[in-house]
Design a protein around this ligand. Structure first.
Ligand code: PMP
Length: 382
């Protein structure tokens, strides 16, 4: 199989699995227990927390382990809004946040918060003047992703951080797609709270973290003594050790990002050459190194994915599937892309396990399968 769906999830690294196994088999004690095995588990937890803090540029006390980015996002937003001053009743999200996060935005609106969405331009970048107009002294929280999971477009976190700072509001950043693909440093990124997820960076599923700036007022959402009483529940020690092991692999991130970007650029230039009618979204803007979001004319994504499947290639469409049908991506819709084109969107996302051979074989085999379909499509359109 050629796996080109790294933005959905990544295969766990062998060293991650190796680091986790003894926690299941031997170090399974509860880190809150007072006996010897419990204290050993506590030391393992503390070592993992130190690794996470060191790699991500924060203090160990600023790390709250969670079940993944969805929980981290909810914890940040609900935890910060719970302590917002009464005159701050507005919450600002970008309109291209992850689907789960937009559901949270809707639920806030139903609960009486005024919720505003920062629009994006047609190239997938954030409309900064619009952000500036929305972020004022009545804002309780701004939540913005660091990089979009569909287009890969990077968001202007530092610029928005300057706006939130001036407005006296905290900034939450969903860095789920960013961390693991780009250098990240919490202390200097400008955000007050940052979400991440292990399974996007060769770690296990069901574990992540919320980095929360020390001293920031915050109300826990799950009560219990763990994580300095900010997130109760017995810690998922195997997962946490896996997350730390995955982050420890990021020492070569600059080189690895350059390698992946080079493969992605080759893939895009060759596909565009071999298949006229190929369109790539957000190609000209700063974006994640391994993400390519494209359409081949208006060939439906289902048709393209079927051909890819035949070649043993795993990729994604840009559509949200619900029972019985597909809805065009909210991200493309926000970029002003018409539904017929949005339903043709295919996302190829490369990562650490992607080889030059994978890309060469895709480039050899995909164009001959799609070219006749594109020619027929051109005839139909004429
Ligand atoms: N935010 C973004 C930007 C994502 O891409 C994802 C995963 N698709 C999530 C949040 C949710 O992460 P998790 O699976 O860890 O809950």
């Amino acid at each position: 199989m050629i796996y080109l769906d790294h933005n959905a999830t990544t295969p766990p690294a062998p060293s991650v699995i190796e680091a986790m196994l003894p926690i299941f088999s031997r170090l399974w004690a509860n880190a809150s227990s007072q006996h010897g095995p419990g204290q050993e588990a506590k030391r393992v937890l503390s070592a993992a927390r130190s690794t996470v803090a060191q790699v991500l540029g924060c203090k160990p006390a600023e790390v709250i382990f969670t079940s993944g980015a969805t929980e981290s996002n909810h914890l940040a937003v609900r935890g910060l809004l719970a302590v917002a001053a009464p005159e701050r009743r507005r919450v600002v999200f970008s309109c291209i946040e992850h689907a789960g996060h937009l559901r949270l935005a809707r639920s806030l609106s139903e609960a009486g918060w005024a919720v505003d969405f920062i629009p994006v331009h047609s190239d997938g970048t954030l409309d900064l003047p619009a952000a500036q107009a929305l972020i004022g002294p009545d804002v309780a929280l701004v939540s913005l992703m660091a990089a979009n999971n569909e287009t890969g477009a990077l968001m202007p976190v530092a610029e928005v951080a300057a706006l939130t700072k001036a407005a006296g509001a905290p900034l939450h950043v969903d860095a789920t797609q960013f961390i693991g693909k780009q250098l990240f440093h919490f202390a200097t990124c400008g955000a007050d709270a940052v979400s991440l997820s292990a399974h996007k960076l060769q770690g296990p599923k069901g574990v992540g973290a919320l980095l929360l700036r020390q001293g920031l007022a915050f109300a826990p959402q799950t009560l219990g003594s763990q994580e300095r009483a900010r997130r109760g529940g017995t810690e998922n020690l195997p997962g946490i050790v896996g997350l730390a092991a995955a982050l420890a692999l990021l020492g070569d991130i600059a080189l690895e990002s350059a390698r992946v970007a080079q493969l992605r650029d080759l893939l895009e230039s060759e596909l565009t050459r071999a298949l006229p009618g190929t369109h790539i979204w957000s190609q000209g803007v700063a974006r994640l190194p391994g993400t390519s979001y494209l359409r081949f004319g208006q060939l439906s994504a289902d048709v393209v994915l079927q051909r890819l499947e035949r070649l043993g290639v795993a990729a994604s469409s840009g559509a949200a599937c619900s029972s019985g049908g597909s809805a065009p991506s909210h991200v493309l819709t926000a970029m002003g892309v018409p539904p017929t084109q949005a339903l043709a969107a295919v996302r190829l996302s490369l990562g650490r396990t992607t080889t030059a051979q994978d890309i060469a074989s895709l480039l050899k085999e995909l164009p001959p399968l799609l070219a006749p379909l594109l020619r027929n499509e051109a005839l139909t359109v004429e």
